[in-house]
Design a protein around this ligand. Structure first.
Ligand SMILES: [Zn+2]
Length: 332
């Protein structure tokens, strides 16, 4: 039985409460960084809001077999999902015209009609303007949920028409609970949903770093943490790497550092003996939150690098390394 990640439970109940009290708005913008499971949450939420059964929202789940839920996965006429056709592509005006058409049709089940726009910052200007028209005069029973990572990347006219909600983030306990489920192979959701905290195995499919690459990164993480090396000169040797390989490999190491500090082994990572030693020294010597901070810093720099043409790859590496040195500095 699939439900949402525990950190979304409160928000889920809050929105259902709005609906019960007829206080649900027409448009929400949910902001959160990649990998929190926000898009999964929105699909779950949309299906539950459209559900026709008398079930209480607190016990509702995706296996409901009412008419509306029964066809949700294959296409419910009262639900529309809009997202870039390919990763990195824009959401076009044609896609938003479909939203307009969608809302012009009567609700199939005489309830709400819900449209979720994933990666709302991918809308180009024309698409934003077209969406704005819908937001200015939302049809009765319309609910539009935009998902984005950063408020600054959404057109101000669009976001001013939405109620903004910050996506909740997991506590450390919740992450650990998820991890131990994952260890038992009973991870309840798609592994790729949670690329930020929860899933230490994101690399399984798309990331195959070589032993040499990981060894080199570990050597630097170790030397930097021990203050034996300068972050700026260490950064240089990665500047000719593919940026995604650098960010992803480093993130993979960060996640394993967290796992190790909680006593998990390294069996999924192939490393040289020396790198294994350095890695276990690191996991024992570091303050427990430094690996979390490393991952946060990687995600921030990766987003900046991808979205701001002025940020050079080398700048991003330097910042991550400098922050790593600062965060791991032991008070002596
Ligand atoms: Zn249902």
């Amino acid at each position: 039985m699939n439900r949402i990640y525990p950190w979304f439970e409160d928000l889920y109940h809050k929105i259902h409460l709005y609906k019960e009290n007829e206080k649900l708005g027409h448009a929400y913008l949910i902001l959160g960084h990649e990998g929190l499971g926000t898009s999964h949450f929105c699909l779950f939420l949309a299906q539950s809001l459209l559900c026709q059964s008398e079930n209480k929202s607190s016990t509702w789940d995706e296996t409901c077999q009412c008419q509306s839920c029964g066809i949700f996965k294959s296409g419910n006429p009262d639900f529309l999902l809009v997202e870039p056709r390919e990763e990195g592509k824009q959401i076009t005006i044609e896609q938003i015209r479909k939203v307009s058409h969608f809302f012009s049709l009567k609700s199939h089940y005489e309830g709400q009609k819900i449209c979720v726009v994933n990666s709302a910052e991918s809308m180009n200007t024309n698409a934003s303007n077209a969406l704005l028209k819908i937001l200015e005069e939302p049809p009765k029973n319309a609910l539009i949920i935009l998902l984005g990572q950063s408020v600054g990347l959404i057109a101000p006219t669009v976001r001013s028409r939405c109620q903004i909600i910050k996506a909740p983030e997991p506590s450390e306990d919740e992450i650990m609970a998820l991890w131990s489920q994952n260890e038992k192979n009973s991870f309840p959701l798609e592994p790729r949903d949670i690329s930020y905290y929860g899933n230490s195995f994101i690399g399984r499919d798309q990331l195959k770093p070589s032993i040499k690459e990981l060894d080199s990164l570990i050597e630097d993480l170790h030397a930097l943490a021990m203050e034996e090396r300068c972050p700026i000169s260490s950064a240089k040797k990665y500047s000719n790497w593919k940026s995604s390989e650098f960010f992803n490999s480093l993130e993979l190491l960060g996640r394993h550092l967290i796992l190790m500090s909680y006593g998990h082994g390294l069996r999924r990572l192939q490393l040289s003996t020396l790198a294994k030693e350095n890695f276990s020294i690191l996991s024992q010597a570091l303050p427990s939150d430094s690996a979390f901070k490393l991952i946060a810093s990687i995600n921030l720099q990766r987003n900046l690098f991808r979205r701001s043409p002025g940020v050079r790859f080398l700048d991003a590496i330097e910042t991550i390394f400098v922050q790593w040195v600062t965060k791991t500095r032991r008070s002596s």
